[in-house]
Ligand binder design. Structure first.
Ligand code: P6P
Length: 284
C-alpha cells in the first residue's frame, strides 16, 4: 500500500502545479456522469492514470472522468477508483478542490475497500490516508515538497459543531429540511463550499459535525459517486470514530454498486449527528 500512497504524493505535486499554471477553460467533452469537463479535469485525469499505471500492484483503474474501467496489470492486486479533480467547477474562483482515491482488492464495493486517500489543494497542499483497520493519518506538504505527518491518528469527537448540507435546498424532502433546520436551531454553524473534499476535510479536522448530500427531487439517488467519492470518505470517517450511512441508516460500506458510476445519498459525521439523522429519518 505504501507504494500507492507514495505515488499519490507525486501525483498531488503535479496536479497542484497544474492548478496554478494551467488555463481554466472547458474542453469539448463531458464525463460519464454528464458533467462538463474542464481542460484541467482532463489533464488531472491523465496525471493520475499515467502515475498509477507505473505501479505493478495496480490491476485496474476506474476514473470519474471515464465511462469504462481500464485494465492495467493482470497480476496486479488492487483496483484503484479515483476522482482526479473533485469540485473543479469552483477552482476558477480559487476555492479549494481535491483528488479522491479508493483502493479496492477484488470487485470494487464497500466490502473490498482496503484503503482510501484524498488530497486537498488549498492554501496548503495536504493529504489524508487510511488503510482499513488502521488510524487516519494527516500530512501537510511544506516548501520542501515533502509531505510531513501532522497527525498519526485523526479522531472525530462524539459531537461536533459544523453542518455541511449539500444539494439544492428547494429540492430537499420536507423531512430532510426539518432535520437540517433542527441542527441549525441547536447552534450548528454552516460550513459548505460546494467542494466535497475541503468540506469533509474541515469537519474531520475540526472535530466533527455533519456532511450530507441526500436524495433530492431532482437527484433521488443523490449526486456523489460511490466508488470514488462516497466509499473512500466512508472508510475515513468510520476509521476516525464517526459514521457514514445512507438514507436507510445503512452503513455506506455495505453497499455494492451495480454500475461504476452509481451514486448514493450519503451522511458523514460524528456519532451524535448520525444518531440525530437516524431519528429524523425514522431509521434509528
Ligand atoms: P451541490 C462538486 O461538483 C461535487 O461533486 C462535490 O464536490 C460537492 O460536494 C457537490 O458536488 C456539490 O453539489 O449540488 O451542493 O452544488
Amino acid at each position: 500500500m505504501q507504494s500507492i500512497f507514495q505515488k499519490i504524493k507525486e501525483i498531488a505535486l503535479d496536479i497542484d502545479r497544474a492548478i496554478k499554471d494551467q488555463e481554466m477553460g472547458y474542453s469539448e467533452q463531458c464525463n460519464a456522469s454528464g458533467d462538463d469537463q474542464l481542460k484541467l479535469d482532463v489533464y488531472a485525469d491523465e496525471l493520475v492514470e499515467h502515475g498509477l499505471k507505473e505501479l505493478p500492484i495496480v490491476r485496474a483503474l476506474i476514473s470519474e472522468e471515464k465511462e469504462e474501467p481500464m485494465p492495467v496489470h493482470p497480476e496486479g492486486k488492487y483496483t484503484i477508483c479515483y476522482d482526479p479533480l473533485d469540485g473543479s467547477s469552483i477552482v476558477d474562483v480559487n476555492l479549494s478542490v481535491g483528488t479522491i482515491f479508493g483502493i479496492y482488492e477484488g470487485e470494487p464495493c464497500g466490502e473490498t475497500l482496503r484503503a482510501a486517500a484524498y488530497i486537498v489543494y488549498g492554501p496548503r497542499l495536504e493529504m489524508v490516508t487510511v488503510t482499513a483497520g488502521d488510524a487516519v493519518q494527516h500530512y501537510r506538504c511544506g516548501s520542501s515538497q515533502l509531505f510531513n505527518l501532522q497527525c498519526e491518528e485523526v479522531r472525530l469527537e462524539e459531537k461536533g459543531k459544523l453542518n455541511a448540507p449539500g444539494g439544492t435546498q428547494k429540492n430537499w424532502s420536507p423531512r430532510h429540511k426539518a432535520f437540517i433546520d433542527s441542527l441549525f436551531a441547536e447552534g450548528y454553524r454552516l460550513r459548505y463550499s460546494g467542494g466535497m473534499v475541503p468540506d469533509l476535510h474541515q469537519i474531520l479536522l475540526k472535530g466533527g459535525g455533519l456532511f450530507s448530500y441526500p436524495g433530492t427531487s431532482d437527484k433521488p439517488e443523490g449526486k456523489l459517486r460511490l466508488l470514488f467519492e462516497v466509499l473512500p470518505f466512508a472508510l475515513i470517517y468510520e476509521a476516525a470514530g464517526g459514521e457514514a450511512v445512507d438514507e436507510q441508516g445503512r452503513r455506506l460500506l455495505e453497499i455494492t454498486p451495480r454500475h461504476p458510476h452509481d451514486t448514493s445519498p450519503c451522511f458523514f459525521g460524528s456519532r451524535y449527528e448520525i444518531s440525530r439523522m437516524k431519528e429524523a429519518y425514522g431509521v434509528a
